[in-house]
Design a protein around this ligand. Structure first.
Ligand code: ARG
Length: 272
């Protein structure tokens, strides 16, 4: 009798261990499976950031387009699902991911060490530079960072540009706004003296707004600022699939192609 109990005990323990092992595995593959079962990848973004994500009209209908959208569509193809964008303020993008409202966040997001504590990140797909955007007529005035002391300098709320301003322009007055196009308007109107934006984005808005220019004042950039896709922690299988797509696109120089194509599109739309 005793022996039987012993065997049952061992069997129960083995079963428990096996169950535990498989549930661990399930945990990480679950997300990929859930997305594939739902046949849709929900992407949190802040579509105020040409050429990565911005609104445009296609046949009179509002549409979110951009290099991140092209990237997301490639991922959708790889996963065999359609892609659905959820547009919100940048400040809310990572929260939406954290709360499970979105599967991933693709929004020109810098994979900072701080954010890596809460989220997983894919491979980097773009390395930006930090640039200063000013009114064209003031461009010469802001030839170095010293000239920005005591000035009103804008940054998007919740973005790394806020800390670029506070750490590299400590004497400037930081003004945080939720949406990039609003910051652009403020610079054009002169209520902001300057605005910190990343390359590609700065270039796109300056192209769209001929009264603006990129100042010569040089800010430091860091590896911490490279763009990557944010995922929930432990999304191993999903991350592997996403990395496969990113690496392929990088090898084929497609990301740069997406950026160029969408910079042109944003420019065309602005000059309409
Ligand atoms: N790269 C910066 C950051 O991660 C800014 C990103 C802003 N993205 C946007 N879609 N508005 O903080």
């Amino acid at each position: 009798m005793k022996k039987v109990f012993g065997l049952v005990g061992v069997a129960a323990l083995t079963f428990a261990l096996a169950a535990c092992g498989s549930s661990d595995k399930k945990e990480s593959s679950n997300q990929l499976k859930q997305i594939q079962d739902a046949k849709v990848l929900k992407v949190a973004t802040s579509a105020d950031f040409a050429p990565f994500e911005f609104h445009t009209k296609v046949n009179g209908k509002d549409k979110i387009v951009g290099a991140d959208v092209d990237l997301a569509n490639e991922i959708g193809k790889e996963l065999g699902v359609k892609v659905e964008f959820m547009d919100m303020e940048f400040n809310a993008v990572l929260t939406a991911l954290d709360q499970g409202k979105a599967d991933v966040a693709i929004s020109g997001i810098s994979a900072t060490d701080k954010r890596k504590k809460t989220f997983d990140f894919s491979e980097n797909y773009f390395v930006p530079e930090q640039l200063v955007v000013v009114k064209k007529e003031n461009a010469e005035k802001y030839a170095d960072v010293k000239a920005l002391a005591d000035k009103k300098v804008g940054a998007q709320k919740g973005s790394v540009q806020e800390s670029v301003v506070t750490s590299q322009l400590p004497k400037a007055q930081l003004v945080s706004l939720a949406k990039v196009p609003n910051l652009i308007v403020e610079v054009k109107q002169g209520s902001l003296d300057a605005l910190v934006l990343e390359s590609a984005v700065a270039k796109s808005y300056v192209e769209q707004n001929p009264e603006l220019a990129i100042a010569d004042a040089k800010l430091k950039s860091s590896d911490n600022e490279s763009y990557a896709i944010a995922l929930k922690k432990d999304s191993k299988e999903l991350k592997a699939k996403i990395n496969k797509v990113i690496n392929k696109l990088k090898d084929e120089d497609k990301i740069n192609e997406f950026i160029e194509k969408n910079t042109e599109l944003a420019d065309k739309q602005a000059s309409k």
